[in-house]
Design a protein around this ligand. Structure first.
Ligand code: EPU
Length: 428
């Protein structure tokens, strides 16, 4: 298994280009199944979650051809299958989007429960509630979720919790359902807006994405489109925090600054200098951060997917910080790893109290999930000495060319496999 070896303690400097948004890509790719013609998707991130979704689409009968590393042409015309098996679904959370997309295409779908990061229980009751309101019967048998309907029709759905996944899945199932579907208490994340823009570019009739009420008027036919995915808000935020955490000066290019407001606000509060440009932000820091309070919330609140990274930064704050996790039940599993590096963090339920220390110390640590993995990379860059980060397959799910991008910023980071390490030890 590969691992990252980081010799930290150097400020990051230079420019980094952000790729396409993971959480938009993993919704838009299954959405191609609703189309009656081929589509071209641009600005796809080079991450394993995208590879898995494309593999699932191929398995369902779609024809896929790469035009370049970040552009793919997908012809869904012969995608006649409606089953996504366990071996395909379990590696990613977004496999649940095949339920909505296949239900919208065939009026039936059978999909194994999704995998993804472990933050405690990850229910899909709100997705099921939406499918049922649209007219489907949903059963769970032999470890597979099955949704079936003689036909779907528009309806009103109030989500009991603000759920990104349920909002997306209901949009997918409702796009071609005759009549008007109204989703109330919908999620407002940038990737929800991107999915609506993509569907509308094929001829769908979706209004209100980005607000709490989304209205979908079902259409019969979706035509081909060329669509470019928005930049990744969380990848951008990760490089912003890494820049501040290492006392660096980094320009983060190809971003939508509006999507980064909550992250900019918190970095500024801690003493970092953040400058916004049309499609870039610059983050500069020349001192220890001040401690602060953060509560993660659905968009436009501070994103839960930035929580481990900002906690790592605040580990060296001059003062105490309090982070309250407002989305997931259990998203502090990485704290044990940070403690190995000298952080002083006490977790009580959904709150972490971080007493700032002067610096982190290098150590062998693990990526316990995707964003926690990114946090360990930041910690390694902060600590003076050699840190190794294992279990990096989690990081590969959501960060493209991570070692290359950090190396461009002057970091000493290498990806090695156990085999090459063994060889080095033998040669030594
Ligand atoms: N929830 C329910 N019932 C449901 C669905 C969700 O109770 O049917 C609860 C969850 O337990 C959670 C809250 O609602 O407490 C929010 O969950 P949501 O459905 O919004 O999360 P998700 O769709 O499973 C997406 C992202 C996550 C991100 C969350 C929150 C994708 C593929 N995943 O997950 O991203 O943390 O929204 O913003 O879009 C990541 O990228 O690292 C990541 C984990």
């Amino acid at each position: 298994m590969d691992k990252f070896v980081i010799k930290g303690g150097k400020p990051l400097k230079g420019t980094v280009r952000i790729g396409g948004a993971k959480n938009a890509a993993v919704a838009i790719l299954p959405a191609v199944l609703l189309c009656d013609e081929p589509c071209v998707i641009e600005n796809l991130p080079e991450i394993s979650d995208v590879t898995l979704i494309l593999r699932a689409l191929e398995y369902l009968g779609a024809d896929i051809s790469y035009i370049n590393k970040s552009t793919v042409s997908i012809d869904p015309t012969h995608a006649n299958a409606f089953v996504v098996s366990k071996s395909i679904a379990e590696g990613m959370r977004a496999s649940s989007y095949f339920l909505g997309a296949l239900l919208g295409r065939h009026n039936k779908a059978r999909v194994a429960p999704p995998g993804g990061c472990d933050f405690g229980v990850r229910p899909i009751d709100q997705h099921i509630k939406g499918f049922e309101a649209l007219g489907a019967k949903v059963t769970i048998e032999n470890g597979m979720v099955e949704a079936k309907a003689p036909s779907l029709s528009g309806c009103s759905i109030y989500l009991d919790v603000v759920s990104v996944g349920a909002t997306i899945n209901i949009m997918l199932a409702a796009t071609k359902a005759p009549g008007l579907t109204v989703i109330e208490n919908a999620a407002k994340e940038p990737h929800i807006v991107d999915l609506a823009n993509f569907l509308n570019s094929m001829g769908a009739d979706i209004m209100g994405a980005g607000t709490g009420v989304i209205k979908i008027r079902g259409v019969n036919h979706l035509h081909s489109t060329n669509y470019s995915i928005i930049p990744d808000q969380i990848e951008a935020g990760t490089y912003m925090v890494a820049a501040a955490a290492t006392g660096g000066d980094v320009i983060i290019n190809n971003v939508i600054p509006k999507h980064l407001e909550s992250i900019i606000a918190k970095l500024t509060e801690t003493g970092a200098q953040v400058t916004e440009y049309d499609e870039a932000v610059r983050v500069k820091m020349d001192r220890r951060p001040k401690g602060c309070k953060i509560k993660t919330m659905p968009h436009p609140g501070f994103p839960t997917d930035m929580q481990p990274q900002i906690a790592t930064y605040l580990a060296i704050a001059d003062g105490t910080s309090v982070i309250t996790e407002g989305v997931w039940d259990s998203r502090f599993r990485y704290v044990d790893q940070l403690t190995l590096m000298g952080a002083d963090i006490v977790v009580d339920g959904k709150t972490a109290i971080i007493s700032g220390v002067e610096g982190l110390k290098p150590a062998p640590v693990k990526a316990v999930d995707l964003r926690a993995g990114a946090a360990m990379i930041i910690a390694g860059l902060m600590a003076d000495g050699t840190t190794t980060v294992e279990d990096i397959e989690h990081i590969d799910r959501g960060y493209e060319n991570l070692a290359e991008k950090f190396a461009e910023l002057g970091a000493d980071i290498k990806r090695i496999d156990d085999h090459s390490e063994f060889r080095i030890i033998k040669e030594a």
